[in-house]
Design a protein around this ligand. Structure first.
Ligand code: NI
Length: 254
């Protein structure tokens, strides 16, 4: 049986990969059907717009990452909006809150997050959420807007997982689940399969046994195998369910 994976979140920049043609070829050979590439700065948005036109398997989400909260302007938001009618732009992200390095600019982060949630709402697009050390503010902000989406790189507790699931969000599970010291596997075990999508977040968070190497969508199968094991189902079944989950959120016909 042929089964295909969807990498629901990754980055694909010439800064990280010398030969993107080769990356795409390797993905095809690793049963990757589609990859959702995130452009999350002004420069990377321009870069992903080109990638989606160049490669069939590439779909994109665009939006400003919280790390740019101090520099994003109204005109950057207008630029974002001006692109949203284009083909293969299937969501807004990654957007959210990141208090890991600083929460001094918390108000600015929340402003940027809310502006982009309003855009997602207005254009009826799903969101890809980045939340680091900011769970409560993320939940409270999301509750104010009617949006659907993915909690990208979810690595929180079962309690947090259940809150997001009850709000209609999917959990993006990636390489962290394979890390020896991660408790994520215990959470994934308890979460319904209907709420899980797969992601690599490449070039970051490379799964075991490739930790230390640059990550790529081609390693998604190692994440899938690991989760299938935890859930005690075949990897074919996991691929089918998670691809279906992704396709019901993202409109890949756009
Ligand atoms: Ni990312």
């Amino acid at each position: 049986m042929i089964f295909m994976y969807i990498d629901t979140h990754c980055h694909l920049s010439r800064e990280d990969y010398d030969d993107i043609d080769k990356v795409i070829e390797e993905n095809k050979n690793a049963n990757i059907d589609k990859i959702v590439v995130s452009g999350c700065s002004r420069e990377s948005i321009e870069e992903v717009m080109d990638l989606k036109d160049r490669y069939d398997m590439v779909y994109v989400t665009i939006g400003y990452h919280p790390e740019y909260a101090d520099t994003v302007t109204e005109s950057d938001l207008d630029y974002l909006k001006s692109l949203l009618g284009e083909k293969k732009i299937i969501g807004i992200g990654e957007i959210g809150l990141d208090y890991h390095y600083t929460k001094e600019n918390k108000d600015k982060q929340i402003w940027l997050f809310e502006e982009q949630l309003k855009i997602a709402n207005a254009f009826n697009l799903p969101v890809v959420i980045h939340s680091r050390d900011a769970t409560m503010d993320t939940i409270n902000t999301l509750k104010k807007y009617k949006v659907k989406g993915i909690i990208h790189c979810f690595s929180g507790s079962l309690e947090t997982a259940n809150i997001y699931i009850s709000m209609g969000f999917l959990l993006g599970i990636g390489g962290v689940v394979t890390f020896k010291n991660s408790k994520l596997k215990d959470v994934v075990k308890e979460v319904p399969l209907e709420s899980i999508v797969l992601e690599t977040d490449s070039p970051y968070l490379t799964p075991v046994p490739f930790r230390g190497k640059i990550n790529s969508s081609k390693y998604l199968e190692f994440i899938a195998n690991f989760i299938a094991d935890i859930k005690n189902i075949s990897v074919e079944e996991l691929a089918e369910i998670t691809s279906r989950n992704a396709s019901s959120l993202f409109d890949f016909d756009r």
